[in-house]
Design a binder for this molecule. Structure first.
Ligand code: FVH
Length: 272
């Protein structure tokens, strides 16, 4: 619980599953929380917990030093933020809506032109994880504003600042999600393959999960091949990787479950 000396005035715009979890974390942290949602009924539980409901998004923005946006997408952000430039001047806005890096940079340019301190964020958690030990949130943009509000933002999960480029947090966010979906694609393909032997995807899950978890330690080893390719000596030759993927691709074809997945991986993974 934050004591009243450090309590901040924070507004949360957007009370979907995630915005509600963020507002609850702020209330639990002892902050003065104003909320607004397009469908006002979704604010009822938060108001019962101590939040103040604003009549409009602009009113919510004017009520706080720190404004947090968590709506569906970039157009929804722009719809509410652009007409409120006057209310936001001199304030800090943290946009936790998922956007592309270019959308974040465009919003950053708008913020600079309107004297708003913008921090863009990417939440690496589902709503039930907010405030828990496994949650972390990526931030980029206005560095001094991030330092000022860091203690508030830590209520959502570990706060990880990844650079002054407004698009950096979105890029890291989408890079991590890209890795996650690549892994899920591998599991989907693998599940279909083992079923042709009488096995089950459920059994595969118990074997693949700990193996992949152990393999993540290899990221740090492969990183220099991306960060400094001229001086990188691969652990495995390109031929080894090509041979392994070729064998897996052949097994997929033999099992009648062939997809394009391993051909794509072969093109994406040179010598690692
Ligand atoms: N939920 C999650 O696990 C992920 C974790 C990673 C980050 N995402 C992003 O967070 C943004 C919000 O996600 P959400 O889970 O809260 O989404 P919903 O529950 O569907 O709520 C959407 C809210 O957006 C409001 N909204 C939509 N369009 C508009 C608009 N034009 N103007 C104002 N508000 C709008 C919607 O309002 P309503 O339908 O209740 O009236 C909800 O408050 C999102 O970017 C995720 O990618 C969450």
């Amino acid at each position: 619980m934050t004591n009243s000396a450090t309590a901040q005035r924070v507004s949360v715009i957007g009370l979907g599953a995630m915005g509600t979890a963020l507002a609850q974390a702020l209330l639990a942290g002892g902050h003065q929380v104003t909320v607004w949602n397009r469908t006002a009924a979704r604010a009822e539980a938060l108001v019962a917990e101590g939040a103040v409901l604003a009549a409009t998004s602009a009113e919510a923005m004017a009520a706080a030093d720190l404004v947090i946006l968590c709506v569906l997408d970039d157009p929804a952000v722009r719809e509410h933020i652009e007409p409120a430039a006057a209310q936001l001047r001199g304030r800090t806005v943290v946009n936790l809506t998922t956007t592309t890096p270019e959308q974040a940079r465009s919003l950053g340019a708008w913020a600079l032109a309107n004297e708003v301190d913008l921090i863009d964020g990417g939440i690496m958690a589902v709503p039930s994880m907010i405030g828990g030990p496994a949650a972390f949130v990526l931030y980029s943009g206005a560095t001094a504003a991030f330092d000022r509000f860091r203690a508030v933002l830590e209520l959502f999960g570990r706060a990880e600042f990844v650079g002054a480029d407004f698009g950096a947090a979105a890029m890291y966010d989408l890079a991590i999600l890209g890795g996650m979906y690549s892994m899920f694609a591998g599991f989907q393909q693998g599940g279909k393959m083992v079923r042709t032997t009488g096995g089950t995807a459920a059994h595969l899950a118990t074997l693949m999960a700990p193996f992949l978890q152990a393999m993540t330690t290899m990221f740090a080893q492969y990183a220099p091949g991306i960060d400094d390719p001229d001086n990188y000596v691969p652990e495995q030759s390109a031929e080894f990787t090509a041979s392994a993927l070729g064998t897996i691709d052949k097994a997929a074809a033999e099992s009648g479950t062939h997809t394009e997945l391993f051909g794509v991986l072969l093109r994406a993974l040179p010598g690692i």
